[in-house]
Ligand binder design. Structure first.
Ligand SMILES: [Zn+2]
Length: 142
């Protein structure tokens, strides 16, 4: 018999299955009877990540040099302070990275280079970079 009690309802907890929570509440009415129940800090992190995702979604699609494009930051393989790809509607792709505080866009198209180096676009991509990279690590490791 375990004498571990549920923090929420005071009922007895039993050991959970592999892959779930270590302790699960025996009271079926209690939210902690779900083998994947979330603690308060896990709920808080999940909420912050969901809010952050909404902001990222709103900034992901933009227009550069009259062309609609999606900005995608690499989540796994980062170079410098952040790297990613601009994906244009016509299938064109422009890889980029941030290094020593400046963005480098890998394209030789002059008008596009000028459009990408405007303050408006640089502020936009910097906001998105912050939400995609810095903000996420801040949420996960407060
Ligand atoms: Zn309970």
């Amino acid at each position: 018999m375990s004498n571990l009690r549920c923090e929420l309802c005071g009922q007895e907890m039993h050991e959970g299955e592999l892959g779930g929570k270590a302790w699960v509440c025996s009271n079926k009415q209690c939210e902690r009877s779900d083998p994947m129940w979330l603690s308060d800090s896990e709920k808080r992190i999940r909420k912050l990540l969901a809010e952050n995702d909404e902001k990222i979604k709103a900034l992901t699609t933009t227009t550069v040099a009259g062309k609609r494009c999606d900005i995608e930051f690499h989540k796994v393989r980062l170079m410098g302070e952040g790297s990613g790809t601009l994906l244009f509607e016509n299938g064109e792709r422009i890889p980029f990275m941030k290094s020593d505080g400046a963005y480098i866009f890998y394209t030789i198209e002059e008008p596009m280079i000028h459009a990408l180096q405007t303050n408006t676009f640089l502020e936009h991509i910097e906001n998105l970079r912050w939400l995609s990279i810095d903000r996420v690590s801040e949420i996960l490791e407060p």
